[in-house]
Write a protein that binds this ligand. Structure first.
Ligand code: FES
Ligand code: FES
Length: 169
């Protein structure tokens, strides 16, 4: 079987993998143990396989692994900071937005991409960001509430840090 080398960064770690030129990124990531990248429809319709590629959400079932050469990938395994959950993950748990969890990794990643570029998104923008993710369990209200709550937590934390900085001056 013909193979090639793939050099990429996954969750901040620089890696070299041997792949087949025609392999999908989804298959390669799962083979390498990133099982938070879920195999759903494999047609780009459910969002379960979503990752962030250079900060933007994409469905890894629609991309050849070879196209990830030199790129930065974030999977759900890389979202928490060591043992500490990201505020978005906490908000998903607090709002009951995690049921079976099959869609959750992809949703959290798309929400993260949104909050990284829009600190104060409207509900409509949150719904738009989550639109590519099918969820059989939550009815979507809870994930939307979770993302809005995480945005507000992030904002409050930034405000507190600014005030603390001014007091320390
Ligand atoms: S498995 Fe990729 S979008 Fe459904
Ligand atoms: S929590 Fe089960 S599919 Fe979304």
């Amino acid at each position: 079987m013909k193979t090639m080398e793939l050099h990429l960064t996954v969750n901040g770690k620089s890696l070299n993998w041997s792949i087949s030129p025609g392999e999908l990124l989804l298959d390669v990531l799962r083979r390498q143990g990133y099982f938070g990248v879920k195999r759903g429809c494999e047609k780009g319709e459910c969002g379960a396989c979503a990752i962030l590629l250079d900060g933007k959400p994409i469905n890894s079932c629609l991309m050849f692994a070879a196209q990830a050469e030199g790129r930065q990938i974030l999977t759900i395994e890389g979202v928490a900071d060591g043992g500490k959950l990201d505020p978005l993950q906490e908000a998903f748990l607090d709002h009951g937005a995690v049921q079976c969890g099959f869609c959750t990794g992809g949703m959290v990643l798309s929400a993260k991409a949104l909050l990284d570029r829009r600190s104060d998104p409207s509900e409509e923008e949150v719904r738009e960001a989550l639109a590519g993710h099918l969820c059989r369990c939550t009815g979507y209200r809870k994930p939307v509430d979770a993302v809005l709550a995480a945005a507000s937590r992030r904002k409050n934390r930034a405000r507190r840090m600014k005030v603390a900085g001014e007091v320390a001056r």
